[in-house]
Design a protein around this ligand. Structure first.
Ligand SMILES: [Zn+2]
Ligand SMILES: [Zn+2]
Length: 222
């Protein structure tokens, strides 16, 4: 786990992750740094690790997960990769920023789309499986590191909670299906690093998540 670094950024307390490839390079996930102080903190952390950012991956394109994209592009010339089924969320991000009154730099153009469900993204020596997990947004994906036993999960499943489903493209039944089929099928020991709040494990949520659990007593069962 020492190679995965966590940051809490912006007005939405969004979790940005940095995966150190171990060779002087790193991947950033959902860069949400929005103030000069947050950007400086992230930059200092990279300098401390001796890494430069060479890849930027998005679980989905909600406002709170894209606020640092322009800055990341300016610093490292790296363009974000998103699953194309989340295009609508991407297109709506500037409007969402207006609605919430959050200043947002114009989004950079994107890099190559993430590939199909089950495809693999290489991060140095790390291999992450891309799994489509819609329901919170239409094109949400999670990144599964099978070898290390962890998931960068975005806003699908939280400790004791789930992602909201009332935003455009959201749907409760679809979210419950994604959790059951894409996360609860992983080993209980797998750690989930979510888009908000502390990490949890597949086993803990299967046992006691009040929205979707294995006992079938949750509020959002399939
Ligand atoms: Zn979201
Ligand atoms: Zn979020």
């Amino acid at each position: 786990m020492s190679q995965l670094h966590t940051f809490t950024f912006n007005a939405f307390s969004e979790q940005t992750y940095l995966l150190d490839h171990g060779n002087g390079e790193a991947t950033v996930f959902d860069p949400g740094m929005s103030t000069a102080e947050e950007r400086e903190r992230f930059n200092r952390h990279c300098i401390g690790l001796g890494v430069k950012i060479v890849q930027c991956l998005l679980t989905h394109a909600h406002l709170d997960h894209v606020l640092g994209l322009a800055w990341v592009f300016d610093c490292w010339g790296v363009r974000p990769r998103l699953h194309p089924t989340d295009n609508l969320t991407w297109d709506q991000a500037p409007r969402a920023a207006e609605l919430y009154g959050v200043p947002m730099d114009p989004l950079p153009s994107r890099g190559p789309d993430l590939e199909a469900h089950g495809s693999v993204v290489v991060c140095g020596g790390h291999r992450l499986e891309v799994r489509c997990a819609p329901g919170h947004s239409a094109g949400h994906v999670v990144f599964v590191h099978h070898e290390r036993g962890w998931v960068i999960g975005g806003d699908v499943l939280f400790q004791g909670s789930v992602g909201r489903t009332d935003l455009p493209g959201g749907d409760g039944a679809t979210l419950a299906k994604s959790i059951a089929e894409q996360l609860y099928t992983l080993p209980d020991s797998f750690e989930i690093w979510p888009g908000h709040g502390p990490s949890t494990t597949v086993g803990a949520e299967k046992a006691s998540n009040p929205y979707v659990n294995v006992g079938g007593t949750g509020m959002l069962q399939r």
